[in-house]
Design a protein around this ligand. Structure first.
Ligand code: PEP
Ligand code: MG
Length: 763
């Protein structure tokens, strides 16, 4: 192969030429004319400034075809006639590899494809760069020379910079019709399908909104390079100190080895190569934002074809740093921008916390697509409560652009990107089917929740927002088995005072009417961070300072919440449940705070609750070994199977590699469940389960088989679970399961499915 980039030779093009070219480019972009006219001017300008015999721009059209859109030096009649597929010719090669290529003898390159209509036979040397936007190839920009000559790095870099401007033209739909660049900005309009994991049921159609989108860079070319460098340096200092703060908080919190993820991140933030490439791009005339973006485009193009997971993670680090740096340059903090949210939006994110989800306008949010996350992560729990279908699919962000049309199928874990008409029609059919099912669930709503052999099962709801409450009446559930009080805390900008909390709890009780509610005290920490709470970064947040641990370390916080609950309940029944209790002593300490508040309330003459019930969640396995001490102290228990699974199996519930590794329907977990049922029955302590498994019909069936009679679940699960249990013969299941508990199976799921099929259980 002939020479590629020559880093030393370089007669004609230097920093001054580059700056001059950028200044002209700015004038063209600011001037009048259509997209095509501007592109024509751009290729003429480049040919003149770079003293090239040819400058051409190819734009990607639907079907992965690169069309010659503008040229200076080739036959003008070839414009809009010459087309190359991705991979075809040198232009197609550049598009296919998404990286620059400079050749001093292009015809000898194996990919060279001669197109007679262009009249390009006399040109020997050729340098081309991909036109990239959002990591995707939108076109190719090339220069050609008659003579054999090596290209210098500055020339290729200048072409890359100009390619960013061309990318803007394409994205603004000024070159190809809006239908082709589409709302997606993606010229390759072929429909695509992503297979992923179903995390919250339902179907949704809408337009993609990228969570933490790259900020739009309004100005590419700078007036004053020195001023830009200063802006960049200042943003870098603030970014470094923000990362330092994170590091310091982690160290102060005693998070062990300093060589943790933040250290690595900090190291990348100081990467000399990265920073000097950005500074060079600024010196060449770009704004700080455009320089940061250009270097990222280039890094992504160079690294994206690598499959080594370590390198891909590093790429992700640089993506994060780029976003952070752009945020610092823009002085922005929040990623949810109301103005850019369409009416039907499908949120696409790498990962997300529940508070971030709630940043978005609920009335427009239709679905959620996550690259990382698991069904029991809190963002999914919140999404399920809001009836938002969720799918987890790797690579979503690489395949989807803002405002792409999407269908999220949360029942089958599928996502359709830019769906064709037949898919859209099938989708409409599925929605109709979903409505029919909902009708069926509505029909059984008022029928008794009792198994085929007459065992009553209490179905309760998991709630966390006022908007959940109408479901209580609509679903026919008997009460609220878990009210996650932290969710209202997460959507506020500051900690709600006692008055605000009292009002909220009182409204919840009013809306629930006669139906009982179990209020769980604040369960924050882990993945449920409050925007205004600074606990410092933790190495293992799930094992960290969370839930009742925070309440016991800051008794005033917990007391305020208990005070508000007692005030709201005055004269009405109240059930309080403490989360993450790991030992009986913690329950005693929490109970003492409750007693103090009761006494305080009595001193003020406020009416006490008509009936006060106190319970704990069973989430930490250590508590299972204190049942004799625990059971006499509580009025009820509720199994938090999401956390119990994670602690029982030492498997992070938020990490897809571990969260599905062990099954809640394993003999181990079901043995724990059966023992709890037996111990609670002996002590006459009511027991329920409020983790996600309660809402999955097959899992709920197994729980009923193990002896559970109260299950608490997200509202959309009530219909499917009730349908299941009304078709279930518990005695037969109990008998069947009795032989399975002590087996060596990894999971009993298949066996239980077979039972359901053979016994006509509707799962
Ligand atoms: C659980 O852990 O199962 C539970 C219900 O609590 P959360 O999901 O809110 O942690
Ligand atoms: Mg929990």
């Amino acid at each position: 192969m002939t020479s590629t980039l020559d880093l030393t030779a370089g007669p004609s093009f230097d920093g001054a030429s580059s700056r001059r070219l950028l200044a002209h480019l700015r004038d063209i972009m600011a001037g009048s004319g259509s997209g095509q006219e501007r592109l024509d001017k751009i290729v003429t300008l480049i040919a003149a400034e770079m003293r090239a015999d040819v400058c051409s721009c190819y734009v990607m059209r639907a079907g992965e075809v690169l069309e010659l859109f503008a040229t200076e030096g080739l036959n003008k009649t070839a414009v809009h006639n010459t087309r190359l597929r991705v991979g075809e010719g040198i232009v197609g090669y550049i598009a296919g590899h998404a990286r620059p290529l400079a050749l001093d003898n292009a015809p000898s390159h194996p990919s060279f494809a001669y197109r007679p209509e262009t009249g390009e036979d006399p040109f020997l040397s050729m340098a081309g760069v991909p036109v990239l936007r959002g990591g995707k190839v939108r076109g190719v920009l090339v220069i050609q020379h008659k003579d054999r000559r090596p290209y210098v790095e500055e020339e290729v870099e200048s072409l890359q910079t100009i390619a960013m401007v061309v990318a803007e033209l394409v994205a603004q739909s000024e070159l190809v019709g809006a239908s082709e660049v589409s709302t997606s900005g993606d010229p390759v309009l072929l429909p695509a399908r992503l297979s992923g994991v179903a995390m919250s049921p339902g179907l949704a159609m809408g337009l993609a909104v990228i969570h933490r989108p790259q900020l739009t860079i309004r100005q590419l070319v700078a007036e004053d390079a020195e001023a830009e460098l200063e802006r960049f340096n200042a943003a870098l200092v603030t970014m470094h100190s923000a990362i330092d703060d994170l590091l310091e908080a982690a160290t102060l919190a005693g998070l062990g080895e300093p060589r943790d993820i933040l250290e690595t991140y900090r190291m990348f933030a100081e990467d000399r190569g990265w920073l000097s490439r950005i500074r060079e791009a600024i010196r060449a005339g770009l704004t700080a934002e455009a320089a940061v973006q250009q270097v990222q485009n280039d890094t992504r193009a160079r690294m994206s074809h690598l499959t080594d997971p370590y390198i891909r993670e590093r790429l992700q680090d640089f993506e994060d740093l780029t976003n952070r740096l752009l945020q610092h340059l823009a002085g922005k903090t929040s990623s949810a921008d109301g103005a850019t949210q369409p009416d039907d939006m499908i949120l696409v994110a790498r990962s997300m916390g529940p508070a971030e989800l709630l940043d978005y306008d609920r009335s427009r949010l239709r679905g959620l697509l996550l690259e990382e996350g698991t069904p029991s992560s809190h963002v999914c729990i919140v999404a399920r409560a809001l009836n938002i279908p969720v799918v987890q699919a790797a690579d979503a962000l690489n395949r989807i652009e803002a405002l792409d049309q999407l269908i999220v199928d949360g029942d089958h874990g599928q996502v359709f990107i830019r769906p064709a008409e037949d898919i859209q029609m099938a989708f409409a059919d599925s929605v109709a089917l979903q409505h029919r099912k909902e009708q069926m669930y509505a029909e059984i709503r008022n029928l008794p929740s009792v198994t085929r052999d007459g065992v009553p099962i209490s179905i309760q709801l998991n709630c966390g927002l006022l908007i959940d409450l109408p479901h209580l009446q609509a679903s026919g559930a008997e009460g609220i088995g878990l009210y996650r009080t932290e969710i209202p805390f997460m959507v506020r900008a500051s900690y709600p005072d006692v008055k605000a909390q009292t009002e909220l709890y009182s409204r919840i009780m009013d809306e629930a009417g006669e139906k009982p509610i179990v209020f769980r005290t604040l369960d924050v920490g882990g993945d449920k961070m409050l925007p205004y709470m600074t606990g410092g970064e933790e190495e293992n947040p799930a094992l960290g300072w969370r839930a009742v641990r925070i309440g016991l370390d800051h008794p005033s916080l917990l007391r305020q919440q208990l005070r508000a609950l007692l005030q709201a309940a005055a004269g009405r029944p109240l059930s309080v449940m403490f989360p993450m209790i790991a030992e009986v002593a913690e329950l005693d300490a929490a109970r003492r705070l409750l007693d103090l508040e009761l006494k305080r309330q009595a001193g003020q003459g406020v009416e006490p609750p008509s009936r006060l019930r106190v319970g704990t969640m069973i989430e930490v396995p250590s508590l299972l070994w204190q049942l004799p001490a625990l059971l006499p102290r509580v009025d009820f228990l509720s199994v938090g199977s999401n956390d119990l699974m994670q602690y029982l199996y030492a498997a992070d519930r938020g990490n897809p590699r571990t969260s599905t590794r062990y099954d809640a329907l394993s003999p181990g977990m079901l043995c724990v469940m059966r023992r709890l049922v037996d111990e609670c029955a002996k002590n006459k302590v009511p027991l329920s389960l409020c983790g996600e498994m309660a809402g999955r019909p097959l899992d709920a069936m197994a729980l009923i088989g193990a002896g559970f009679r109260t299950l608490s679940m997200a509202p959309p699960s009530v219909g499917p679970v009730k349908t299941m249990l009304r078709s279930l013969d518990v005695a037969a299941l109990r008998q069947y399961m009795s032989g399975l508990y002590l087996g060596a199976d990894h999971s009993l799921r298949d066996k239980l499915k077979t039972f359901a099929r053979d016994h006509g259980v509707l799962i």
